[in-house]
Ligand binder design. Structure first.
Ligand code: IPD
Ligand code: CA
Ligand code: CA
Length: 270
């Protein structure tokens, strides 16, 4: 049950989300400069003290401005003690493997839901000082500039991006089949290592399409709002309605979406 708080002005939510994302970005940049410790969740799933410190920084920002709001954050999980209709969905460091290897492609991702509806998303890339923002229904922006998806089509001319989950060695449902088939059908396929940036880059027209099969809500929530607001299309692998609480998604500029679904369908049938 959610307690009925009067809705907070959305601009105020956005402003706190932006402040929190930028503050967490500074935390990550500081750790990148001064050094960090790395632990393994499994042989290839890393977590650093920078992940934890950035997450704490975001949680502190939210608690200071909105002490009653709920949170779902990658490292600490769901804040079950709170029963607010507001839920902040947080990935403090999307691209941990990159960060740990000093490959500067990673981001802070923060989204806000109210009564299970995504209200806004913020993705901040501290290495490039690129801030992607969107409020549902009001467009998407990067550093204040309006974003729109590409008009690239067909799939043959498209640059795609994907990613792989940390159980890649343990299961055959590891996306390698889709990766192989898309590599033969698209102009190119990339793997950046940050799903949040992948979605923002489709929103910015830097990529034309993105798919993954095992994401978590914190990987996608902010990027989904941003891409939707930039005119993109997002579905599940079969073309049905997508929610951030299911692991798979196909995201595109809209123009190549049906072709992308066709490639996935061929694979699922074979
Ligand atoms: C990972 C990244 C990566 C995606 C993985 C995610 P993390 O998040 O978004 O691009 O392929 O599935 O788990 O662990 O760096 O926060
Ligand atoms: Ca992530
Ligand atoms: Ca993370």
């Amino acid at each position: 049950m959610s307690c009925d708080q009067p809705p907070v002005p959305i601009e105020r939510l956005l402003s706190v989300a932006v402040d929190a994302a930028k503050a967490a970005g500074r935390v990550l940049s500081d750790y990148a400069k001064s050094g960090f410790t790395v632990e393994r969740k499994n042989p290839i799933n890393l977590v650093t003290d920078a992940d934890h410190a950035a997450e704490q920084c975001i949680i502190d920002h939210i608690a200071q401005s909105f002490p009653g709001h709920g949170t779902l954050a990658e490292e600490r999980g769901i804040d079950a003690a709170r029963s607010s209709a507001y839920r902040w969905i947080i990935d403090p460091l999307d691209g941990t493997t990159n960060f740990a290897h000093r490959f500067p492609v990673y981001a802070v991702s923060i989204a806000v839901e109210y009564a299970n509806e995504l209200l806004l998303g913020v993705v901040y890339d501290p290495a490039r000082d690129e801030l992607f923002t969107a409020i549902a229904g009001r467009g998407a922006f990067m550093n204040g500039r309006s974003l729109a998806v590409s008009n690239t089509a067909p799939l043959d001319a498209a640059l795609l991006v994907t990613g792989f989950a940390y159980d890649i060695r343990e299961t055959s449902n590891n996306n390698l089949d889709h990766f192989a088939r898309f590599s033969l059908k698209a102009q190119g396929v990339r793997r950046t290592g940050s799903a949040a940036l992948d979605l923002c880059y489709v929103a910015a027209g830097r990529f034309d399409g993105f798919w993954e099969v095992k994401l978590s809500p914190w990987d996608m929530a902010a990027g989904v709002v941003i891409l939707n607001e930039a005119g993109g299309r997002i579905t599940d692998l079969c073309g049905n309605l997508h929610t951030i609480y299911q692991p798979e998604l196909v995201a595109s500029n809209g123009l190549i979406h049906v072709e992308m679904l066709g490639v996935i369908r061929e694979n699922l049938r074979s």
